[in-house]
Design a protein around this ligand. Structure first.
Ligand SMILES: NC(=O)c1ccc[n+]([C@@H]2O[C@H](COP(=O)([O-])OP(=O)(O)OC[C@H]3O[C@@H](n4cnc5c(N)ncnc54)[C@H](OP(=O)(O)O)[C@@H]3O)[C@@H](O)[C@H]2O)c1
Length: 270
């Protein structure tokens, strides 16, 4: 049976990818700094930022799904002034470079890299780091695919939850189609095993809504009552901040359904 290595397999998207690989009866190895508990996958301990454990992790691997990242904004669930000046590159650039190089020495048949919609026009340092990593993949001699996704619901949830202490929420009036990791994972699996290569269809959520609407729906689900201050942004500014609408595959899970699952059902159960 062929073996798939998932980097970032302990992250939000990575967990959903691993679930689907296991469900489909595939042999899976998860590359992680701290091996997890599940016993239906192989664990390979290592660190992309240093390269520790990578060569060993690639032994016998056929397909690599690279879903690791170091995003301080996603991790802490909020934007700080520092995020407008720099973002660490050790995982997404140097780590990707290391991984690509070792994949070149191993017998890897497919390297699938997860990326973000709209990177070319985005100006935040994290976006520039992701773009640099993506360029390394495009330039590599491996047989590669790139799947770009819109921001995930969990991230939108974290960012909006960071506003709860504010009586007034400044929210850009821009259309946006965030997506759930479950839908992205389905698409990633299709792209990993359908035999095609290259830049694959990007994926967004089922509907593009104004961010103000997304924020209102969030408040409704959490029974919050905050005034929303609609902030107009030029197209260029919106694109620079990553507020774009994708043009590709549509996920199925709506933001309101995600909110219901994560908030309303929890409130009902409590
Ligand atoms: N979040 C979004 O809205 C979004 C949108 C579009 C595309 N993407 C892309 O989708 C992919 C997954 O994003 P995500 O939000 O699911 O990520 P996440 O939840 O932040 O998880 C990141 C993963 O990377 C691993 N990782 C971090 N540093 C590492 C290191 N030094 N060595 C090895 N592994 C390391 C983490 O492992 P630990 O458990 O050790 O921390 C974790 O498994 C990334 O490529 C991201 O750019 C994300």
């Amino acid at each position: 049976m062929t073996l798939t290595l998932v980097t970032g397999g302990t992250g939000h998207l990575g967990r959903d990818v691993v679930d689907r690989l296991v469900r489909d009866g595939r042999r899976v190895r998860v590359f992680a700094r701290s091996p997890g508990m599940r016993s239906d996958v192989e664990w390979a301990a290592g660190d992309l930022a240093t390269g520790a454990g990578l060569r060993e992790a690639l032994q016998g691997v056929d397909t690599v799904i690279n879903a690791a990242t170091c995003s301080p904004i996603a991790r802490r669930g909020g934007v700080r002034p520092i995020d407008f000046f720099r973002s660490p590159s050790a995982v997404d650039v140097e780590g990707t470079e290391r991984l690509l190089s070792l994949c070149g020495e191993a017998d890897i048949r497919h390297f699938l890299h997860v990326s973000i919609v709209g990177l070319d026009q985005a100006t935040l340092p994290y976006a520039r780091v992701k773009l640099a990593g993506e360029r390394l993949v495009r330039a590599s001699a491996l047989s590669w695919s790139i799947v770009r996704a819109m921001p995930f619901y969990y991230l939108l949830d974290r960012l909006l939850s960071g506003l709860t202490w504010l009586p007034v929420w400044p929210v850009p009036t821009t259309p946006f189609d965030p997506v759930d990791t479950s839908d992205v994972a389905d698409h990633v699996l299709t792209c990993a095993f359908d035999g095609q290569r290259g830049v694959r269809a990007e994926i967004g959520g089922p509907e593009a809504l104004n961010l103000v609407t997304l924020a209102r729906q969030y408040q409704d689900a959490r029974r919050l009552h905050r005034k929303i201050l609609a902030v107009g942004l030029s197209d260029a500014k919106a694109r620079g901040m990553g507020f774009v609408v994708s043009h590709g595959v549509r996920g199925r899970l709506r933001w309101t359904d995600w909110l219901r699952r994560n908030y309303l059902e929890m409130q009902t159960a409590a």
